[in-house]
Design a protein around this ligand. Sequence first.
Ligand code: ADP
Ligand code: MG
Length: 767
Amino acid sequence: MSKSSVIDVFLRVRPTKNPSNLFKLNKDEGTAEFTIPKNPDQGYINNQIEKHTFNFAGVFPTDTTQEEIFDKIAKDVVDSAIEGYNGTIFAYGQTGSGKTYSMTGNPEARSSAGIIPRTLYHIYDYARREQELIIDVTISYLEIYGGSGYDLLVADNRSRNLHDLPKVQAMATANGQTILQGLSLKKAQTEEDALNLLFIGEQNRVIAETPKNDASTRSHCIFIVILECRKPTSDVKTVSKLCLVDLSGSERIGKTGVEGILQREATGINLSLHFLELVIDCLNRQANGENIHIPYRDSLMTLVLKDSLGGNCKTRMIATMSSEPDDLPESICTCRFAGRVANIKNKVTRNEAVDPFIIIEKLKRENQQLKAELAMIKGQSIKDHLESYEIDECKKKVDEFLNSDDPAAILVVNDHLKMNECFFQLKHMLKNLNKKVSSSPVVPQPQAITNNNNTVEVQQLNDEVLRLKQLIIQRDNEIMILLNLIQKGKGSNTNQSLVLQGPISEQPEIQQANTSSILQPIEFPKQAEIDRQSQILTEKPAVKKQNFMQGSLDSEPMSQTTKTTTAQLKELNGMLSEPINISNDQLLDRNSALEMFRKSYRKAQAQEDLKQELQEKMMTSKELGLFINNQRNVISQLKDKIEQTRKEQVLLGLVSSDPNQVSTEEEKLIAEYNKQKDIYKQSFDKLKQLKAEVERMSTQLKHSREKMQQDFEKWIDMMLKQRNLSMAATSVLSDFKNLSQKGGEDVNSMVQQFYKNKEICNQLLQK
Ligand code: ADP
Ligand code: MG
């Protein structure tokens, strides 16, 4: 739906040394009043009229800040552009009245930055605040001089002359649109990129000037920002164009009149502004009901601003003026022109478009998801565990999902095992993130073991569990035989058999083993062997752990059950520069265990070095950033100096009429200027490169920290498991030893104690 909107016109008065008392502003009413005494000699515009009053949408006196100008004039046009409406803000007024100050100001100093840099800050601030909106910014900067267009965003800005800049030509498309051929469109991903483009354009503007070709007076500059905005979940995007226009000085129109201009075309006096006036007059007549052709096509200027004037665009004009007595006639002309502009009616429409690329991406994602769901429903996954490459795949997917900037990104997996793995990975990351290190020993949950990211390790652990279960069964059989022997020696005892009933019936696998023990002859362990095993397992825990660490258990009888674990320990020990002599208490305190692990962790030094290097690079980046800021000031000062020198030389008549001729002094200044600009560019490139390196190194450091955490988790799990198993197995065997030694004494309580310990051992093994 389109809405009709008039062009709002504002007046800004620049500060001057000697303001005339014939001019008055009424801020509340938004009026400007000129009281011109009747004085035909001075040739004022109409000596019959003494008072001229002009109405504006707002008037701004000399003390108005740049911020206020942006807030009152530009802000809502920029906000509308983000919503998809075209916008234009143009400054009109005589030379020196403050057009460039209002539009560009001094972008380096925030307080005196004009509308263009403030527009850029506003857009990127908005993008930072509204994470739910994706905003793509593209920038062009066009200069129009003598009816021809020039691209101000050329990378190689060694141009000495306006005509060295690439030319821009308007081409009409079949559907009546205008394309600006030769005008570069630069993507600006960050605020810094956008400001740098403005900076490049400004420098090109200055350098292309010559004393006889005072571009700041006679050329128009149009800073174009194209915004493409969309919500991540939407197929629709809005595309809008913001034109920020610094027009040439308006005085020539007033002083020479249209005919004068036409006659003097060859001397380069500005025709574009004349055509702009003409278009505005025609639009005025159209607004008054006349059916009239609007001559947009007569100049590049009016073609570029076609939408802004009478078209689909929210347009604002800033009329700038000075109230010095000599400037009042020009200021009256400016106000008259403003009045005509204020009559123009635009039709503003939101520019929405369905983006085929977004739809294709969305359909692809949907397709992937449906395929995954189908695979799950069909039960295509018949496996009970994942291969290591599949676990790696899941990890990669989770990483991609977490690192994606696209809020619509999804995690697609096609079976429940992978889904569990992805959840596990997420949980693991979350745990690391929260750094909630529990101080109690953590025995891994069954799922965690099945889904651990090392399948080989899982397999080995499962084998070990199986072996230990078999050992229990074997010991069960042995104890049964032992009890039979004791009972045979003592005669039948009902109480004793009652005691045996409980634990046996609760353990189906033991029952089975028991039956088989009757059928198959089971070798009873010799007393010497029992003694030896008990001896090993009742050694002091600290000494035992030292042995585990050094892998010396391989030669011990218990090594049958712990062979695989030892192999894993060896692998984990490979990560350490020396064995960790850790006490029981330290093992149970995760923080001190982590500290000890870190000290012996082989990769810790490399990690420390990387951290050091990263810090140094960050410091260099900071220093370089400060240097670049300073360099901008140096360049700006040189720019002012060149301008100043030119003006002086024109005044003193030191330069000839050849526009390409420059004095030696100027030549020197330009050379210095180019040199400083090269330094700026090199430093800027260096900073970009440094930033990329810092980013890469930060990621590397993050990964290496994660890897250390993972290695630590593996190591501590293994150590805890070893400790628990060794303690449980020690109790079982020592009970068994006591039982076999004591024979008939207090058999009932001994057997009870044995089953209690065996139960604990079983529970541990099942975990
Ligand atoms: P124009 O672009 O209309 O020819 P400028 O913007 O270059 O004029 O202004 C001429 C001079 O006046 C510049 O030095 C500028 O800094 C100064 N100037 C203009 N307007 C203001 C203002 N509102 N406040 C302070 N200085 C101003
Ligand atoms: Mg200017």
